[in-house]
Design a protein around this ligand. Structure first.
Ligand code: NAD
Ligand code: WQD
Length: 362
């Protein structure tokens, strides 16, 4: 790939937003992971240049290869750990970066309770290194992967961005702290343009069936677990509680297709005008655990066995986004329906029963 210097490319064009996408290079941290890889596909399809940095601690280099195959585009991949400031500095020194989408980090709530220092270290240090490198290289456009976890157990649903922020676990605390850091950094210099995207429950896979979620070990999240039961890797789904104050007693969540989520990042990249703004990325529609199992059975054609189990500590009854702000300010809307989410998840899972290590037993 032919690269020109950042100074050469920015000197002739103003304002930033009129620059063609083919002239904009986006650094995607964690781009080998589930959401990052789908976002890399969307970026490449829309003409952006993409550089992925990932340490492959929770992903496979195969995902980056698939991103290239699906798009027919060149992807620059750097295997590196963002907690190492020299790695981050060298990425910026050797590539002309215009904007950053920061997915990299650890994301398992239960694990964060057991290993809080690892979570604080990885998530906070990576972000600090990134923000410092961005500032010193004059890169001020950032899209950050936040989470609905910053709302804790909400007072009301659907949840607007103005709801109180609180959390009950170290993972969520890292998201809240990073949001605070971003707000402070943006307040210090008007050139910053930071979008904090609060994802609800991302599910589904690329419609090709070649890219999808590939969790290590036993999945924590419902949809990957259900899919592994459907494909025969696990015996049955444990439904964590049927005595919640919800229509069927099981937990209700706002599931969003990962491709819709990916497109939300591109909408955020195009945003101008606010220094640091938060957006809910969700559909505004809720589905219960039993509805997910039924929809997954319909999508797969497999009757998925389940048993009722105790509540999982820390779970809440209902989480639902109010996505109005993203709809109006970003011009973005999640419109892929639940059956599409589960059909796409099933195409990925059935075609790749063991994920990217398709011929490795787990
Ligand atoms: P993922 O684990 O698939 O992707 C994260 C990627 O970051 C992985 O490829 C991992 O190898 C990489 N990584 C981790 N530590 C790194 C480091 N120190 N240096 C470089 N790379 C590193 O997770 P995902 O589901 O794609 O989530 C992406 C982001 O979205 C995360 O920040 C997560 O907290 C956030 N998020 C995810 C969900 C969800 O349900 N999946 C919901 C809300 C927010
Ligand atoms: C969904 C529903 C469970 C598994 C988590 C994080 C959150 C965010 C997204 C990163 C709940 C029930 C689950 C199972 C079940 N991640 N369930 N049996 O808990 O809404 O959110 O992932 O930011 O921070 O907390 O998602 O998919 O784990 O659970 O009954 O085997 O499914 O109780 O009601 P959750 P989930």
């Amino acid at each position: 790939m032919q690269l020109t210097s950042r100074a050469d490319r920015t000197a002739t064009v103003s304002p930033v937003n009129v620059r063609p996408r083919s002239d904009r290079t986006v650094l995607v941290t964690g781009g080998a992971g589930y959401i990052g890889s789908h976002t890399a596909v969307a970026l490449l399809e829309q003409g952006f240049e993409v550089i992925i940095v990932d340490d492959l601690s929770n992903s496979s280099a195969r995902a980056v290869e698939v991103v290239g195959h699906l798009t027919g585009r060149n992807v620059t991949f750097i295997e590196g750990d963002l907690t190492d400031s020299t790695v981050v500095a060298s990425v910026f020194a050797s590539h002309p970066i215009d904007a950053v989408i920061h997915f990299a980090g650890l994301k398992a709530v239960g694990e964060s309770v057991e290993q809080p220092l690892r979570y604080y270290r990885t998530n906070l240090l990576s972000t600090m290194n990134l923000l410092e490198a961005m500032q010193s290289n004059g890169v001020f456009d950032l899209v950050f992967s936040s989470s609905a976890t910053v709302y804790g157990d909400p007072d009301t649903v659907p949840i607007p961005e103005s709801a109180p922020l609180r959390t009950t676990n170290p993972y969520g605390a890292t998201k809240l702290m990073i949001e605070d850091i971003c707000r402070d950094v943006a307040a210090s210099d008007p050139r910053w343009n930071i979008s904090l995207l609060r994802y609800f429950n991302p599910v589904g896979a690329h419609p090709s069936g070649q890219l999808g979620e590939d969790p290590n070990g036993i999945p924590n999240n419902l949809v990957p677990f259900v899919m592994q039961v459907a494909v025969g890797r696990r015996d049955e789904v444990a439904v964590f509680g049927d005595d919640y104050d919800t229509p069927d007693g099981t937990g209700v969540r706002d599931y969003i297709h990962v491709v819709d989520l990916a497109l939300g990042h591109i909408a955020a990249l195009d945003r101008r005008g606010g220094r640091c703004e938060a957006y809910n990325l969700g559909t505004g529609n809720g589905s219960s655990v039993l509805e997910i199992i039924a929809a997954a059975s319909a999508a797969s054609g497999v009757e998925i066995p389940y048993r009722l189990a105790d509540r999982r500590p820390g779970d809440i009854a209902t989480s639902l986004a109010d996505p109005t702000r993203a709809n109006t300010e970003l011009g973005w809307r999640a419109d892929r329906a639940l059956d599409v989410m589960l059909t796409d998840a099933w195409r990925w899972q059935s075609g790749n029963p063991n994920g990217f290590a398709s011929d490795t037993a787990s």
